[in-house]
Design a protein around this ligand. Structure first.
Ligand SMILES: Nc1nc2c(c(=O)[nH]1)N[C@H]1C(S)=C(S)[C@@H](COP(=O)(O)OP(=O)(O)OC[C@H]3O[C@@H](n4cnc5c(=O)[nH]c(N)nc54)[C@H](O)[C@@H]3O)O[C@H]1N2
Ligand SMILES: Nc1nc2c(c(=O)[nH]1)N[C@H]1C(S)=C(S)[C@@H](COP(=O)(O)OP(=O)(O)OC[C@H]3O[C@@H](n4cnc5c(=O)[nH]c(N)nc54)[C@H](O)[C@@H]3O)O[C@H]1N2
Ligand code: SF4
Ligand SMILES: [Mo]
Length: 701
């Protein structure tokens, strides 16, 4: 249904939409849909931030302003396609439409049905593996009918660990649940520490709120391994060694206790283990902390003194920190800091790692895990896709990819691609665009853009739930994820009534949960305004409720001890063997969203035209490298070439490359994830993208 908000001229309508991308801001959009004549196809001509949304406030990022280019891109997939006989799988050249021949949806469904039935007969249903993430954050698009389908099929489970698994677990050991304060309250903060979070690129509305706090006198600190855009905007910035953040937090705690800056009343009322913690951080002298982190003693003293004397203080904990071998423990340790100075419960004080937990949709009903016929079915960690495709028993014989682009985003690409290249692997990719993963697909299915769908969105940062209703009809033959899996259920002969549910049924089910925060939110109430705030206090759950086993903020955790991990916050060294001299951080860039929008030539140009690697002048000099030169990064997993950028924005031991670029064989661009490890982090089976060591060389001429 198209719901006009207002009419400008007869053929131009401004409609409400939501940004579907995996970005904390979950912006409310206002799109202009133009129609040349009543019979012409409506077209989106402008995408802007919705002026009335309390967090979006009319502002959105450049990449989403360019969504019309993406929706109408010549790379958009608009019909089902089958790989042409004789066209080899792989990325020897960029995938193009001509690698495929069009088929009808009925033919595509018949082929999937036949292949799935044969595979189940010969190898069992666990030989089928879904592969999805949050390319579209809508709860219907990402975790409803699709999950029902694969559960009922009896497929292998996928552990969706690529982003937030280690942090969710680590934070939970301290605070009970992965939730923090309302970001809108952060305008009241007097000190803001942005820690391992490049908010200027990845959370722009937090920057808007922090700017408001700054106007009221707040000081903004950035702690990172890289003088990124956020560091340049902050009042003070500090460069640490990769993976050393828990040590810095322990060193700060040492000083807070030493100098009487800890809030003893808060600690005794709300926390467990403050005395043990105080004893254990006695060993984290500023000198030892300096040795581990690479900071100077005076910087560490300064940071602790700011944190101990300015209140309220707000800690924005980033997603990148957890992408280390010790990522869970880093987040667990940082999450202890606000309790030391008693920040929880003060408007503007506390911390925010993620807030997705508050919108407690009824996922059990949406996903129906009970439909799975095999309670012992295996689980494949999505970070270990390469191993799964190459070595799993029973073998993976079919891979069904949607909402994700594993040939770019998944670590250890050498093995991922060896696996994807297997002739006997049946690969289906459902996407809007010809992604690099399509280069390995047997069948490519056209996905609708979120503009074409009904869906329900929460944010993992702000506290508004939003309803999305279509603003465009499906383009070409594209079908939504919900429709695709509803129809595949029919193809497979699944008769459970839940496979007949409409989008509206699913939204009602999602909202009919017992979460106290949803507070009577309904499909109709959402329809009225488009969004509604969760019933969460501005200071969040804490300290009134602390849902840990002890009911206190657990500075010491028995659950961690039971996992054979340190019960107290701790610095644990990174696991990557030291065969290569440099740490390589492969962080997101400003204008792509993971690999989404990386096809846009304008955004590519603004990102420098191709992947580059930032190195310290001493590092460049030692390797005889000058700015602009092509260099190789390599380790036992792979080799990639990039353009050298020489700047004192990193420590000499650290290299940084930004953005998940597409393969471009003609330009010699190979996915940077060829270098990253598929090892699991210390918690949650999380990814360890940033715990990568590499060698650096001038590219031989
Ligand atoms: N423009 C843009 N926005 C995005 C995304 C995107 O790709 N582009 N991706 C979205 C997604 S899925 C996510 S998860 C978030 C991620 O966004 P953020 O939460 O900002 O996390 P990252 O960008 O992964 O990493 C943040 C910072 O951590 C730094 N870092 C790496 N290792 C360390 C370390 O050991 N210590 C410290 N102190 N810093 C370290 C990196 O240099 C980087 O600047 O952004 C979302 N928003
Ligand atoms: N080296 C390195 N690797 C990383 C990261 C890093 O920082 N460094 N970041 C990691 C993180 S935090 C994350 S979250 C992952 C993200 O990994 P992915 O979730 O795979 O993210 P995207 O690259 O955005 O790919 C999403 C795909 O979904 C498609 N899509 C969008 N909407 C729909 C839809 O409605 N239906 C279907 N079927 N498809 C749709 C998009 O077109 C796009 O191709 O990447 C991880 N990989
Ligand atoms: S990517 Fe993030 S900042 Fe950009 S429009 Fe979407 S939610 Fe807003
Ligand atoms: Mo992510």
């Amino acid at each position: 249904m198209i719901m006009p908000e207002s009419h400008t001229i007869a053929s131009d309508r401004k409609l409400r939409s939501v940004c579907p991308l995996d970005c904390p801001d979950a912006c409310a959009l206002q799109v202009t849909v133009s129609q040349d004549s009543p019979t012409a196809q409506p077209r989106i001509t402008r995408v802007a931030g919705h002026p009335d949304h309390p967090v979006t406030k009319g502002a959105i990022c450049h990449k989403v302003q360019r969504f019309p280019e993406r929706i109408y891109s010549s790379e958009r997939v608009l019909q089902p396609m089958r790989r042409k006989p004789g066209r080899a799988k792989g990325l020897a050249s960029r995938p193009v439409h001509d690698d495929f021949e069009p088929v009808s949806w009925d033919q595509a469904y018949a082929e999937i049905g036949q292949r799935f039935r044969d595979i189940i007969r010969d190898h069992g249903a666990e030989a089928i593996l879904p592969y999805s993430y949050y390319g579209n954050m809508g709860v219907l698009s990402s975790e409803s009918m699709d999950r029902r389908f694969f559960h009922r099929l009896g497929a292998s489970h996928l552990a969706r660990t690529i982003c937030n698994a280690a942090a969710a677990e680590g934070y939970g050991y301290t605070m009970g649940v992965p939730a923090g304060v309302d970001p809108e309250a952060t305008v009241h903060a007097r000190l803001i520490i942005v820690w391992g979070c490049n908010i200027v690129s990845t959370n722009m509305h937090q920057v808007m709120l922090a700017n408001e706090a700054r106007k009221r006198g707040a000081r903004i600190i950035c702690i990172d391994v890289h003088r990124n855009r956020t560091a340049r905007w902050a009042d003070e910035s500090y460069l640490v060694r990769p993976g050393s953040d828990a040590a810095l937090a322990l060193g700060m705690m040492h000083i807070l206790f030493r100098d009487g800056l800890a809030d003893r009343a808060f600690l005794s009322r709300y926390t467990l283990g403050a005395e043990e913690l105080e004893q254990s951080v006695a060993a984290w002298t500023p000198e030892r902390t300096a040795e581990v982190t690479g900071l100077s003693v005076s910087d560490i003293e300064h940071l602790a003194s700011l944190y101990g004397t300015i209140s309220p203080s707000f800690l924005r904990i980033g997603n990148g920190l957890q992408h280390h071998d010790n990522g869970g423990m880093i987040i667990r340790t940082l999450a202890c800091l606000p309790a030391i100075t008693g920040q929880w419960g003060k408007p503007g004080g506390g911390a925010l790692k993620g807030n997705g937990w508050y919108a407690g949709f009824d996922l059990k009903t949406l996903q129906r895990p009970d439909l799975h016929p095999n309670s012992d079915a295996r689980t494949v960690n999505m970070n270990q896709l390469g191993e799964a495709l190459l070595t799993a028993e029973p073998p993976v014989k079919a891979l069904f990819v949607y909402n994700s682009n594993p040939a770019t985003v998944t670590p250890d690409q050498t093995r991922v691609r060896q696996g994807l290249q297997r002739d006997d692997l049946f690969t289906v990719v459902h996407d809007l665009m010809l992604t690099d993963t399509c280069g390995y697909a047997d069948l490519v299915l056209p996905a609708t853009s979120h503009f074409e769908n009904t869906d329900l969105y929460k944010s993992y940062w702000h506290l508004y739930v939003q309803l999305h209703e279509p603003v465009l009809p499906p383009q070409g033959e594209a079908r939504s994820n919900v429709r695709l899996f509803r129809e595949l259920a029919e193809v497979m002969g699944f008769e459970e009534p839940c496979f007949k549910d409409t989008e509206e049924d699913l939204i009602r089910q999602a909202l009919a949960s017992d979460s106290p925060w949803l507070n009577g939110m309904t499909l109709d109430s959402l329809r009225e305004q488009g969004w509604q705030r969760l019933n969460v206090p501005a200071t969040g759950l804490f300290p009134q409720q602390i849902p840990t086993p002890s009911g206190r903020i657990e500075l010491v955790s028995e659950r961690l001890e039971q996992q054979n991990l340190p019960g107290l916050p701790a610095h644990t060294p990174l696991q990557e063997p030291g065969n290569y001299p440099y740490w390589l951080i492969t962080a997101p860039n400003h204008r792509f969203l993971n690999s989404t929008s990386a096809e846009d030539p304008r955004l590519q140009a603004l990102e420098g035209g191709g992947p580059s690697v930032i190195m310290h002048p001493d590092t460049a000099a030692a390797a005889g490298i000058v700015e602009g030169e092509t260099v190789s990064l390599f380790n036992d997993r792979g080799r990639v070439s990039l353009t050298a950028v020489v700047a004192p924005d990193v420590l000499p031991e650290t290299l940084v490359t930004l953005g998940l670029w597409r393969d471009d064989p003609e330009q010699g661009v190979v996915a940077v994830n060829h270098l990253t490890p598929s090892r699991s982090a210390d918690m949650g089976g999380g990814a360890t993208f940033f715990s990568t060591r590499v060698g650096l060389q001038k590219q031989p001429a």
